[in-house]
Design a protein around this ligand. Sequence first.
Ligand code: PEP
Ligand code: MG
Length: 576
Amino acid sequence: MISGISVSPGIVFGKALLFKEKKIIINKEKITKKNISKEIKKFFKARKKSEKQIQEIIIQAKKKFGKKKSEIFKSHILLLKDEELEKEILSLIKKKLIKADYAVEKIIKKQIYLLEKLKDEYLKNRAIDIRDIGNRLLKNILKIKIIDLNNIKKKRILIVKDLTPSQTTQMNLNKIIGFITDLGGKTSHTSIIARSLEIPAIVGTKNITKKIKNQDFLILDSINNKITINPSKKNIKKFKKKEKIFLKKQKKNILTKNLKAITIDKKKIKIGSNISNCNDIVSLKKYGAECVGLYRTEFLFMERNNLPSEEEQFKNYKSIAKKLNGKTIIIRTMDIGGDKNLSYIKFPKEENPFLGWRAIRISIDNINILQDQLKAILRASAYGKFKIMFPMIISIEEIRYLKSQIKKIKIQFKNKKIKFDKNIELGIMIETPASAIISKYLAKEVDFFSIGTNDLTQYTLAVDRGNDYISHLYQPLSPSVLYLINKVIKSSHKEGKWTGICGELASNEKSIALLIGMGIDELSMSSVSIPIIKKIIRKINFKKAKKLAKKILKQSTTKKVKKLIKKFNKKENLLS
Ligand code: PEP
Ligand code: MG
């Protein structure tokens, strides 16, 4: 039995698919003239195999993303069969007497270098395609097995060292029924996506990839944080029973989805959903969200190989508004960096990416990208109820600068008679201790706050949110974090503004009474959590919760905080 960090609840049974790619090791030894034709043959054989693999990807992409998006891969085939490329590779093999893999590596590297030097954004981006194709070709020459997560034939539980957030969003959920990783933390973006996809997952096991073999039969129980390898029949029966109970409970919880989130003594809390793309609107409706409390727009940027234009973004935002039928959407500007990267923006090599070039810092340094996004949002605001939100703010100077950018666009739009919501509200995420500490000044500048407790906890406690080695230190309920949350809520209320939470703490069943007692106005979370959170809120007495918050804010240790919360939840029968 192995455990890790349960990040998305459920129980699944199935065979393991161990995703462990071998490293590409290039053989730089010289060959004899006699072996030239053998190396050339190797190259052509690998090229043919690569072409076949890409054809298969095109079929899958067409099914999943439509014809237009699948066209991208067609260009991969053209590049793969590029005559110039072929000529240069063959000439290197013949003249320099080197192996096919070394020749391919050299030519691909040269092409990437030449493309990256160009000013034209489109051509620059082709460097990524060339790298992709080169890697595929090299793996096929070296006979390294390529596992394509989009092209898995049978249902499997994925076992992998780590997954990026975009790999997670693009997984074929009909085939991958759960995943387990060596690395990761509860609030890393991969885990957040797993919850919104409702795929059972355990991360941070440290060494699952060493303990499990391909085809092992597994029980992944991410409710109780247990992984069983090749279980007995008796064990399978036991877990099937647990699965049944879990599904029954879920069915019962969902009955509250259309009820209001209101306490016994009539304090109303707004309940939102965190979304990453248009598809998430389906579960938003299924689980009864009242609004989108956080649209992580960076996923729109991550799911492609180049920057989305203003027009493309406008279409995306407008279509979301249309699907939401008048419900509010808090749209966060691109929050890239940390564990979310874009293949087409060159990131500096940083020692501490989470403390580095991230979020609003990237937008401010690439003002054209920010302006395109703001224009797209403002244009879409003529078709729905949008609020703009900026991530990772640390100062008044930043917010004033951002406001001046919005003002500029509004003037342009007025002159050009482009329609937009003139009263569009503007908010910021409170994710840094800096912004929490100066929240009393920030509250005068904006219409609302949304506390990103995932980052706020990380930065307050100096604990990397994705690092399993220190996950025990990652405590959103520590007195220091709670002190800041409370300060932010109070600062906003003093200015007649409101505060929500869109970090994972918003769906932590145990903390809801405390958050409500502190005066939180809105909670936004993965849609699947909404029914249970509504159910809890409807059992809370606001007056009593306020007393609890007051008492808790006087505590000096996390242990005591947790103890008091536990006692309260039990006495008020909130979690049953
Ligand atoms: C947060 O930091 O709590 C948040 C909601 O933003 P993200 O998880 O995308 O960093
Ligand atoms: Mg954040």
